[in-house]
Write a protein of this length. Structure first.
Length: 267
């Protein structure tokens, strides 16, 4: 800034006024320059702030995108894990259901086999009881039949022995009768051929009566033999009936085996 001095045709007041004007102008110019500088700085600051805001917004957007990407990846991972777990759970469920079905089927088969074995064993016990009962009853009946046959045999033997004794006694009586008759004839004093004829008649009469006695004895013996054979045959027939009442010897026979334990499906 240039200072105007007094003189040169200017008064001091004029110089002072001029200098004041110049000073004001300088100050105004300086203020204008300062304001311009401040405006430029403000604009630069605003521009920098805008840039910072844009950068911050971009950073926020990038952070949001990164977080969203991470979230998407995590969601995908969780979805894959869930799908994998669901597959594992589904497989395990199928394995469990299959093993349960195998177990239930084996339980049913085992129960059926055990029931069949129990029923067959109970039937065998009942058949054995009936067989033993029938066997004892038949054995007792056979013993009674044999006792009855033996009793009948002894009775026939007794009757036959009595008939033999009676025949022997009658023969002795006939012999005594013959001796007495012959003694009477001889004591009568008869002689000649007539005495021989008379004695012969006595022998023939005695022989006829002996023959009758023997025939009677033979008839009784034959009747006793027939009766004894009849009683024996009857006893045998009754014994056969008793034996036929006994059923076949019971047998337990084939028993179904209990099924082996199932082979389970493993995971």
């Amino acid at each position: 800034m240039c200072i105007i001095a007094a003189g040169s045709g200017l008064s001091a007041a004029a110089a002072a006024a001029a200098n004041a004007t110049i000073a004001v102008s300088a100050i105004s110019t300086a203020a204008s320059v300062g304001m311009g500088i401040m405006s430029a700085q403000q604009q630069a600051a605003n521009a920098q702030a805008n840039l910072n805001a844009q950068a911050q917004a971009q950073q926020v957007q990038l952070d949001a995108q990164r977080e969203q990407s991470i979230l998407n990846q995590e969601n995908q991972r969780q979805a894959l894990l869930l799908q994998q777990q669901q597959g594992i759970d589904s497989y395990n469920l199928q394995v469990e259901q299959t093993n349960n079905a195998l177990q239930n089927n084996w339980n049913q088969q085992r129960e059926q086999v055990e029931l069949a074995r129990q029923q067959k064993y109970e039937r065998f016990q009942e058949e054995s009881r009936i067989y033993h009962k029938d066997y004892l009853a038949a054995e007792k009946q056979i013993d009674l039949n044999n006792q009855a046959a033996n009793t009948a045999y002894m009775q026939e033997q007794t009757k036959l022995n009595e008939a033999k004794k009676k025949a022997a006694f009658e023969n002795q009586t006939l012999l005594a009768k013959s001796i007495g008759a012959k003694g009477t004839i001889l004591a009568s004093g008869r002689t000649g051929q007539s005495i021989g004829v008379i004695l012969g008649d006595v022998d023939r009469q005695i022989g006829f009566e002996k023959a009758m006695n023997q025939a009677t004895l033979d008839s009784k013996r034959d009747a006793s033999i027939i009766a004894m054979e009849g009683n024996w045959l009857k006893a045998q027939s009754e014994n056969n009936k008793a034996k036929s009442s006994i059923g076949l010897i019971p047998e337990l026979g084939y028993l179904p085996d209990v099924p082996d334990s199932p082979i389970y499906v493993t995971g």
